[in-house]
Design a protein around this ligand. Structure first.
Ligand code: ADP
Length: 192
């Protein structure tokens, strides 16, 4: 019996661009895991796990969790073939150049099929974050996270464009519209 394999997808995009919602839907569609580093840290913090509590101190301030900590958590998940062999949606990782290079190491012979930049204007994401009101969605933390997105994460758009892995998708519109565009972007690089 051969198991069906799905696409290996990375979602880039500003905080509040809809990566979480759309990533979850994409993962369900292909019956694979949605791996959100932010969600992993929130879950382990609320369960009182030390790595989560350590991460929370950074998250509450809108700072990035140090690369070593994030990479360790992701690498651990990828050690389990059942989680990642069917394909996956990585949401919120990589966020720095160091993480991107580490991800290459982790994936080895099974590289990413497509990196999607979910594009939403800054004034819209700020409004969305203000209204969702998550614990780390304070004005100061929102400002700091967007600043770090520009300096640390945005350069990854060029990094993946240079490797011909990038697809830019308009993140404005209804949830269904955006999902449709994401599926189109995946289909051009993973015919299935
Ligand atoms: P948002 O996209 O709104 O920042 P996330 O749930 O993706 O929401 O992330 C929440 C927080 O988790 C980030 O502000 C950051 O502190 C931490 N985090 C998540 N992923 C990473 C990562 N790859 N590298 C560093 N920090 C991360």
């Amino acid at each position: 019996m051969t198991r069906r394999r799905g696409p290996r997808i990375v979602l880039l995009g500003k905080q509040g661009s809809g990566k979480g919602t759309q990533g979850q839907r994409l993962a369900e569609r292909f019956q694979m895991q949605h791996l959100s580093t932010g969600q992993m840290f929130r879950d382990s913090a609320s369960a009182g796990v030390p790595v989560g509590l350590e991460a929370k101190a950074f998250m509450d301030r809108g700072e990035l969790v140090p690369d070593e900590l994030v990479v360790a958590v992701v690498a651990e998940r990828f050690q389990n073939p059942l989680e990642v062999e069917p394909g996956f949606v990585l949401d919120g990782f990589p966020r720095t150049q160091t993480q991107a290079l580490q991800l290459d190491e982790i994936l080895g012979e099974q590289p990413i099929h497509v990196v999607i930049d979910l594009d939403v204007p800054t004034d819209v994401v700020v409004e969305r974050m203000r209204s969702r009101g998550r614990e780390d969605d304070t004005e100061e933390s929102i400002r700091r996270r967007l600043e770090l997105y520009d300096t640390e994460t945005k350069p990854l758009v060029d990094f993946y464009r240079d490797r011909s892995l990038l697809a830019t998708v308009n993140g404005l519109g209804t949830e269904d519209e955006v999902q449709g565009r994401l599926l189109d972007a995946v289909a051009t690089r993973f015919p299935g």
